[in-house]
Design a protein around this ligand. Structure first.
Ligand SMILES: NC(=O)c1ccc[n+]([C@@H]2O[C@H](COP(=O)([O-])OP(=O)(O)OC[C@H]3O[C@@H](n4cnc5c(N)ncnc54)[C@H](O)[C@@H]3O)[C@@H](O)[C@H]2O)c1
Length: 306
């Protein structure tokens, strides 16, 4: 299979613009499409912002890359060798658009979904060529987090998986191939951590500020350098066995979402987007936090890649 030169990103909400900027930077002619003209307009600023971050990361720029915005699906898909789908997380919607992709692209084009956890086999079930459908789960923000989960469905061709991995490497990112499992691996780990964090907050063992300090400067900082499997070797498997044999029995196994979260939702506190969630935010603080966090993520990534 030849190297991908043209791609279409379908859906330009939170994820699409950053993904488009990364693809273009890799030398790919990239077209962005959204059903909403407003979203597509907003995506122009989103792509610019992501390009600025890529500049700060000093990400290499390959020749031939470009970004174009299209309001017609057929025009967006014309000549695309890769389609990256990033529409909302609803199976019905993915089922509606994947057959549309197949009407407009060549038979060997790759159809990748950025789904956060819908099984790829289910998405591909409505396709004439399910063997070219693959999961490519980018992490948010996609122009900053250099790891992409690559998930084959039951019928995905191994060559499609290899091609997706090769492309991820072209970005300078790390592809991680996984079998289908609800939530995929990254979100399973995140949700396991969040369940325990929220259980401890619910029980009054620690307050939210203490929790954030503990995790950021404890396991957070460490895990960015030493992976969990490496950490086991560093600590000693006998130590993990001794601690795990009593501690595992005490950890939360609740199948319910935490009371803290349910109560806040009932009060209309949904997080930064409503100005209040676990913490309260003014619009100025939100802008400041976004800037600070992007700058720190750039600095940390540069340090880790050095
Ligand atoms: N937001 C995240 O942190 C994140 C992280 C990883 C994966 N994902 C996954 O990526 C996908 C997109 O997530 P998001 O957060 O960017 O969603 P979003 O809601 O921010 O954006 C989705 C965009 O798709 C557009 N859209 C809706 N129907 C469409 C159609 N038929 N054709 C073209 N565009 C259409 C919407 O107008 C919207 O602009 C989801 O599957 C989500 O689970 C999201």
């Amino acid at each position: 299979m030849a190297e991908i030169r043209r791609a279409a990103v379908i859906g330009t909400g939170t994820m699409g613009p950053g993904m488009g900027a990364v693809l273009a930077r890799t030398g790919i002619e990239t077209v962005l499409y959204d059903v909403s003209a407003e979203a597509l307009e907003r995506a122009k600023a989103g792509v610019q912002m992501a390009e600025g971050v890529l500049d700060r990361l000093e990400a290499p720029t390959e020749d031939g890359g470009s970004v174009r915005f299209e309001t017609e699906l057929a025009a967006a898909l014309d000549g695309a060798e890769l389609v990256v789908e990033a529409v909302p997380e609803k199976l019905e919607l993915k089922h509606e658009i994947f057959p549309q992709f197949e009407q407009h692209v060549a038979e060997d084009a790759i159809l990748a979904s950025n789904t956060s956890g819908i099984p790829i086999t289910k998405i591909a079930a409505v396709c004439q060529h399910p063997e070219r459908v693959v999961g490519m789960h980018w992490s948010n923000p996609p122009h900053l987090i250099p790891m992409i989960e690559v998930i084959p469905g039951e019928q995905t061709d191994q060559r499609v998986v290899d091609k997706a991995c090769e492309l991820v490497r072209r970005f300078g990112y790390h592809p991680v191939v996984e079998k289908e499992v609800p939530g995929f691996v990254e979100n399973r780990i995140l949700y396991a951590i969040l369940r325990e964090c929220l259980d401890l907050v619910d029980r009054g063992i620690i307050d939210p500020e203490g929790m954030d300090l503990n995790v950021r400067w404890g396991i957070g900082y460490k895990l960015a350098v030493i992976g969990p499997m490496e950490l086991l070797d560093m600590a000693g498997l006998d130590i993990y066995n001794a601690v795990g044999s009593y501690l595992n029995q005490d950890l939360s196994t609740s199948g319910e979402v935490s009371k803290t979260i349910r109560d806040r939702i009932a009060e209309g506190k949904l997080g930064m987007k409503t100005g209040s969630g676990i913490y309260d935010y003014t619009p100025e603080q939100i802008d400041q936090l976004r800037g600070q966090r992007a700058a720190k993520l750039v600095a940390v990534r540069k340090a880790l890649e050095a």
